[in-house]
Ligand binder design. Sequence first.
Ligand code: ZN
Length: 95
Amino acid sequence: MKKNMRRCQNCGCLFEVCNKVKKHEYCNKEKCQRARKRKWQKQKIKNDKTYRKDQKETQEANDNQPFNQLNERIIQLEQKVEYLTQKLKVIKLNN
Ligand SMILES: [Zn+2]
Protein backbone atom coordinates (compact mmCIF):
# COMPACT_ATOMS: atom_id res chain seq x y z
CA MET A 1 0.00 0.00 0.00
CA LYS A 2 1.32 3.38 -0.99
CA LYS A 3 2.09 5.62 1.91
CA ASN A 4 0.25 8.89 1.98
CA MET A 5 2.77 11.63 2.61
CA ARG A 6 2.04 15.23 3.41
CA ARG A 7 4.02 18.33 4.18
CA CYS A 8 3.82 19.63 7.72
CA GLN A 9 2.05 23.00 7.99
CA ASN A 10 4.49 24.12 10.64
CA CYS A 11 8.03 22.88 9.86
CA GLY A 12 7.53 21.86 6.23
CA CYS A 13 8.91 18.34 6.59
CA LEU A 14 7.25 15.35 4.95
CA PHE A 15 5.36 13.05 7.23
CA GLU A 16 3.15 10.02 6.86
CA VAL A 17 -0.53 10.82 7.04
CA CYS A 18 -2.53 8.69 9.42
CA ASN A 19 -6.02 8.13 8.08
CA LYS A 20 -7.39 7.93 11.59
CA VAL A 21 -6.42 11.54 12.23
CA LYS A 22 -8.79 14.11 10.85
CA LYS A 23 -7.14 17.06 9.11
CA HIS A 24 -3.69 15.61 9.59
CA GLU A 25 -1.63 18.67 8.69
CA TYR A 26 1.21 18.55 11.19
CA CYS A 27 4.00 16.04 11.86
CA ASN A 28 4.60 14.37 15.22
CA LYS A 29 7.19 16.84 16.44
CA GLU A 30 6.22 18.39 19.72
CA LYS A 31 6.58 21.95 18.44
CA CYS A 32 4.35 21.15 15.46
CA GLN A 33 1.69 19.58 17.67
CA ARG A 34 1.78 22.71 19.80
CA ALA A 35 1.39 24.81 16.66
CA ARG A 36 -1.61 22.68 15.70
CA LYS A 37 -3.23 23.28 19.09
CA ARG A 38 -2.56 27.01 18.90
CA LYS A 39 -4.14 27.15 15.47
CA TRP A 40 -7.13 25.21 16.72
CA GLN A 41 -7.55 27.54 19.70
CA LYS A 42 -7.23 30.60 17.48
CA GLN A 43 -9.86 29.17 15.15
CA LYS A 44 -12.14 28.42 18.07
CA ILE A 45 -11.84 31.93 19.48
CA LYS A 46 -12.53 33.35 16.03
CA ASN A 47 -15.62 31.17 15.69
CA ASP A 48 -16.83 32.19 19.13
CA LYS A 49 -16.42 35.85 18.23
CA THR A 50 -18.39 35.37 15.02
CA TYR A 51 -21.07 33.57 17.00
CA ARG A 52 -21.29 36.35 19.55
CA LYS A 53 -21.36 39.00 16.80
CA ASP A 54 -24.25 37.19 15.13
CA GLN A 55 -26.12 37.07 18.41
CA LYS A 56 -25.55 40.80 18.95
CA GLU A 57 -26.77 41.63 15.46
CA THR A 58 -29.90 39.55 15.99
CA GLN A 59 -30.52 41.42 19.22
CA GLU A 60 -30.05 44.76 17.48
CA ALA A 61 -32.45 43.73 14.74
CA ASN A 62 -35.03 43.00 17.42
CA ASP A 63 -34.40 46.37 19.03
CA ASN A 64 -35.05 48.12 15.73
CA GLN A 65 -38.48 46.66 15.20
CA PRO A 66 -41.08 49.11 13.87
CA PHE A 67 -42.59 51.62 16.20
CA ASN A 68 -46.14 50.35 15.81
CA GLN A 69 -45.22 47.32 17.91
CA LEU A 70 -43.92 49.62 20.61
CA ASN A 71 -47.04 51.77 20.31
CA GLU A 72 -49.21 48.71 20.76
CA ARG A 73 -47.34 47.86 23.93
CA ILE A 74 -47.73 51.43 25.23
CA ILE A 75 -51.47 51.29 24.57
CA GLN A 76 -51.68 48.00 26.45
CA LEU A 77 -49.81 49.52 29.37
CA GLU A 78 -51.98 52.63 29.35
CA GLN A 79 -55.07 50.43 29.50
CA LYS A 80 -53.55 48.58 32.42
CA VAL A 81 -52.76 51.84 34.21
CA GLU A 82 -56.32 53.01 33.56
CA TYR A 83 -57.69 49.76 34.96
CA LEU A 84 -55.47 49.93 38.04
CA THR A 85 -56.35 53.58 38.63
CA GLN A 86 -60.04 52.68 38.58
CA LYS A 87 -59.43 49.79 40.93
CA LEU A 88 -57.50 52.03 43.29
CA LYS A 89 -60.38 54.54 43.32
CA VAL A 90 -62.79 51.77 44.27
CA ILE A 91 -60.50 50.63 47.06
CA LYS A 92 -60.19 54.19 48.37
CA LEU A 93 -63.96 54.65 48.24
CA ASN A 94 -64.54 51.43 50.17
CA ASN A 95 -62.21 52.54 52.91
ZN1 ZN B 1 6.34 19.58 11.63
